[in-house]
Design a protein around this ligand. Structure first.
Ligand code: ATP
Length: 414
């Protein structure tokens, strides 16, 4: 467990886990076994959001960790908070959980202002990266903890616990202790425990970070399927882009305590709202260009038609982001080409020398030195078959065109 996690879990079982357990001690509105997907109150287009963050601000002394956060989350959504280390995603999750008091702003859940409620009176279940299971209790007792504290009838508790263990694939592990389970199995127990009280909100704080790659992928698919089946509104903190893209209905991209963009995985990848999002999500070559008027830009001395470019006066500086896959390779030759005709789609053809070829299995990254670009170096993504067919090798001359309408373009001041 990291120092920071230890600091966040000071008591024997972790204060946060205890707070979270306490938060589960209340009557709940949906029965675990009977939850089915489907439209519910407030889900209609334009209906009230299930969770709403209004002008949330959090400072630690003179340091601002969260700045004017506005966010609306619909019932049944899975939303990921994604961003680089220190951007404030955990602070935001903890504020929603009542484990961290906001400096100002409000949090509304299911139509109620919960901003001042202690964690124990909020309606959520939480899963931590470190599992935070009770080591002296069996798996079944861990899952049953909240139900027993609520003095639910023994037979009902046993039935619910078994149903939850079946759901998370641990049907025969109820009698084991956490130390007898793998990391992935312990996280399933933590998930079952968080769901035991049928919370309105499920909070997942980097739940997969401590697991190895194969288990992560397997478990993320299971969590997503379960979340959809239960239709439980879920917020997950992660710094793993692939995880966020694979699991989320919408991703909240954060940077330095502010929300840069909220959108579907496709939105944030294909239509980044800011240069930060364009650079942070996926890979991109950052290039310099100039506005050329009438939806055009000038790049490497060529005019490209880019209707998505911001409307700026000709000559204004632009930041242009080219995804490695947004290109077509036309030829690769041992000698420099004499002249390059435009590509069949009319795009100008650029020429460069192949510097390096990275074989990554499903794709190859080709590093190219393009003399006409001020940045010189670009990375293009091709299939291994294309690389073989065109005999792409270091030292050879590559002719390629870029897909102008896929470029992400921002004014330089943005
Ligand atoms: P990571 O991915 O590394 O967990 P994060 O995006 O979750 O990062 P937070 O833990 O939310 O980041 O922290 C946001 C900022 O607030 C960081 O700069 C952090 O150092 C600071 N911070 C967090 N907790 C405290 C605290 N108790 N006192 C002072 N500063 C804090």
């Amino acid at each position: 467990m990291s120092d920071r996690e230890t600091a966040r879990l000071p008591a024997a079982q972790g204060q946060a886990a205890q707070d979270a357990q306490a938060a589960s001690l209340r009557d709940t509105s949906y029965a675990f076994e009977s939850a089915e997907p489907g439209l519910r109150k407030g889900d209609e287009e334009g209906g009230a959001p299930f969770l709403e963050i209004r002008h949330l601000h959090k400072s630690y002394g003179s340091f601002t960790a969260l700045r004017s956060i506005h966010l609306q989350i619909r019932r049944g959504e899975l939303v990921c908070f994604l961003g680089p280390s220190g951007c404030g995603k955990t602070t935001l999750l903890r504020a929603i959980a009542g484990l961290e008091a906001q400096t100002s702003g409000e949090i509304w859940q299911d139509g109620k202002n919960i901003s001042a409620l202690p964690a124990s009176q909020r309606d959520y279940g939480i899963v931590f990266q470190s599992y935070a299971l009770f080591p002296n209790l069996t798996v079944a007792d861990n899952v049953a903890y909240g139900l027993v504290s609520q003095r639910q009838p023994k037979a009902l508790v046993a039935q619910k616990v078994q149903s939850l263990l079946d759901t998370v694939g641990l049907s025969v592990s109820g009698g084991k202790y956490p130390a007898q389970l793998s990391g992935g199995q312990q996280q399933r127990v933590a998930l079952a425990r968080a769901l035991a009280m049928s919370p309105g909100l499920l909070l997942l704080d980097e739940p997969l970070s401590a697991l190895d790659a194969t288990v992560r992928v397997h478990l993320r698919n299971e969590i997503r399927a379960l979340q959809q089946r239960l239709y439980v509104t879920t917020i997950m903190v992660t710094h793993d882009q692939e995880e966020a893209m694979a699991m989320a209905d919408r991703v909240v991209v954060m940077n330095h305590g502010v929300v840069e963009q909220v959108g579907t995985p496709r939105d944030i990848y294909q239509r980044p709202a800011t240069p930060f999002v364009a650079e942070f999500i996926g890979k991109a070559n950052k290039l310099q260009a100039l506005a050329a008027g009438n939806g055009g830009i000038t790049l490497a001395g060529h005019k490209l038609y880019c209707p998505q470019a911001p409307r700026l006066a000709p000559g204004q500086s632009l930041h242009v982001y080219l995804r490695p896959e947004d290109c077509s390779v036309h030829d690769c030759t041992a000698m420099p080409p004499v002249a390059s005709a435009p590509a069949p789609n009319g795009s100008p053809v650029l020429t460069g020398v192949v510097e390096q070829l990275e074989f990554l299995g499903a794709v190859c990254i080709v590093h190219v030195d393009v003399q006409r670009l001020p940045e010189r170096h670009v990375q293009l993504q091709l299939s291994p078959a294309q690389c073989l067919q065109l005999d792409i090798q270091p030292g050879r001359w590559l002719q390629f065109s870029i897909h102008a309408q896929q470029l992400k373009i921002f004014a330089q001041a943005a």
